[in-house]
Design a protein around this ligand. Structure first.
Ligand code: NIG
Ligand code: FE
Length: 431
């Protein structure tokens, strides 16, 4: 008896019963149950981690719940904290005027070539102080947290000088330190070649390779290096040079690939075994098996495709049939995706690509965790995983993915603590 008490695991919190628990755990996933959904479940938490999940009736006797805070979510759906695997979170200024320019026929790349687009945001961002960028970043993370997002990938790329890029990464470092939401930082010094280097782009590329990457890596300011690989922006040959340099400095790789033309970025990502390739509208369907071989996650960005009024969609169904992990993200940025709502992006993606809700849910949990390089810790509700959870006020999980953010979470937990609690759960509550 004495021995048994000593070996008992003390539980701090328990969510029990949980009406619909979307675990994404290998123990519960099957052909009939692709998301590993449990009904009448229990989730036990100790400190920052989940220590057990299963049917409420099966809670093992080794868990001591006598001092646990136990909450009833029998009428709710609990999902792992959502992950937005592609954002340009920190910038200043507006690009509203470009929308009408595009409606009247200018393309995204023409606007960029004229010194607008990304370069307009670089100018506005330079004018903003560190504190202003930090404050905007904190508010934007609040908005994402309110949707159930607990981890966000965020890129630099609106500095485009040594100091400018380092400053944005320092803002991201401060946001990660101060906000409940985890921020995974990506260095995107090769977002475009700034206008002042128009006649000597190789000089800017040298700056990225010889100064920016070593300093970013030395100060551990980024987990990933990304490149906007596109003919007329950063071509494949240059992208390869930049990414190989980043890899030598220990950074993991991502690419904005084949968004506006088939320029070879997708194939490069497979060859370099990048963690993810993002956009992919022009990635050729017959090359999809290379992604599987390279272990690349395909990150779909449906808001950008819709906002740029694109006609073409990525070979999504080929990715799925070849077992390529598919993630979905907002691509939040002022030019091509000014939409700070992962739930909206999920519904747009579901419609645009004709994909079932289970694919969408995996795309913002399990597969998104892989796209940000922290699978094994987030993206599932499973023993040993971080206790990042979103509680939605509906029993049917499909409503979360298909109502453009109409069902908002009631509670959001990050690392074992409730970071957001409300009674107001959006217009679609009670559906
Ligand atoms: O993911 N494609 C390149 N980069 C961003 C857009 C950035 C911007 O226009 O400011 C994107 O769509
Ligand atoms: Fe992007």
């Amino acid at each position: 008896m004495q021995e048994q008490t000593e070996t008992k695991v003390k539980v701090d919190r328990a969510l029990a019963p949980v009406g619909t628990c979307v675990t994404l755990s290998d123990r519960f996933i099957s052909e009939e149950n692709p998301l590993g959904i449990l009904t009448d479940a229990a989730i036990l938490i100790e400190g920052e981690s989940v220590v057990w999940v299963g049917k409420q009736d099966d809670v093992p006797a080794r868990f001591d719940l006598s001092a646990a805070d136990i909450q009833d979510f029998s009428r709710q759906t609990v999902l792992p904290g959502l992950i937005d695997a592609h954002t340009h979170l920190v910038f200043a200024g507006s690009r509203a005027a470009e929308f009408d320019m595009r409606v009247h026929g200018d393309t995204y790349l023409e606007i960029l070539a004229k010194g607008g687009g990304i370069q307009a945001t670089v100018r506005a961002t330079k004018e903003a102080s560190f504190d202003e960028l930090y404050e905007m970043g904190m508010r934007r993370l609040d908005v994402l947290l309110r949707e159930g997002v607990t981890t966000v990938e965020a890129k630099s790329g609106y500095g485009l000088s040594v100091e400018g890029e380092l400053r944005l990464l320092e803002v991201l470092e401060a946001l990660n330190r101060d906000h409940a939401v985890d921020v995974v930082p990506t260095f995107l010094g090769a977002h475009t070649v700034p206008r002042e280097y128009k006649d000597a782009p190789e000089k800017y590329v040298a700056l990225v390779i010889e100064e920016m990457i070593p300093r970013v890596a030395e100060r551990n300011l980024a987990a990933f290096c990304d490149v906007f690989c596109e003919e007329g922006v950063i071509d494949v040959k240059t992208s390869r040079k930049i990414l190989e340099a980043a890899s030598r400095h220990g950074l993991k790789l991502k690419l904005h690939a084949d968004q506006l033309t088939n320029s070879g970025g997708g194939l490069l990502s497979a060859e370099l075994k990048a963690t993810s390739a993002d956009h992919l509208e022009y990635f050729p369907e017959d090359e999809v098996p290379r992604f599987r071989e390279g272990g690349v996650v395909a990150v779909l960005l449906p808001v950008a495709a819709q906002y740029l009024m694109m006609q073409k969609t990525p070979p999504v169904h080929a990715f799925l049939s070849h077992g390529v992990p598919v993630a979905l993200a907002t691509d939040f940025n002022p030019g091509s995706a000014p939409c700070l709502s992962l739930l909206t992006a999920m519904t747009i993606g579901a419609c645009l690509y004709r994909i079932p809700t289970e694919v969408v849910i995996k795309g913002v949990t399990l597969h998104a965790a892989r796209a940000v390089g922290i699978e094994g810790k987030i993206g599932r509700i499973e023993a040993g995983y971080q206790a990042d959870l979103s509680v939605f006020p509906v029993r049917d999980y499909r409503l979360i993915a298909t109502t453009y953010g109409g069902v908002l979470p009631q509670r959001v937990m990050k690392r074992g603590h409730w970071r957001f609690v409300t009674e107001n759960c959006g217009p679609a509550e009670g559906l």
